[in-house]
Design a protein around this ligand. Sequence first.
Ligand SMILES: [Zn+2]
Length: 138
Amino acid sequence: MLSNHQATQGDQATADKDVGVIEPATTADLKHEPAPQPDPNVRCRACSHAITSLRQAIEVNRAHEHTFRNPAGYSFHVLCYRRAPGALCTGTPTTLDTWFSGYAWSYALCQECQIHLGWFFQGEDEFAGLIATRLLRP
Ligand SMILES: [Zn+2]
């Protein structure tokens, strides 16, 4: 009750150009409402479409980043995310040559420009493994 009353006085003082009270009121407002965080999106490097976000980053087998070689001999530096809502899942999941034991993979394409961004893995849970060089990260 008392603090509400004081806050109200502070607001009024701010509006009423009472310089002595403006500073403490402003400081209190800053503490109460921190500045919004910058956009943490992870985007498609080709078209800037939002694919996932830093908050979705996860560790699989105790690492967020993995380097794998596919049967054709190409190496991929892959980052793991819990979800990738901006990517399309395509192809029939298969465990053939899978990089994560127990997980079936299918392709992850950019929803916007259809570029190949990585793979979705499905097992006891699901995650996306996205190719680092095809992403724009904050
Ligand atoms: Zn794209």
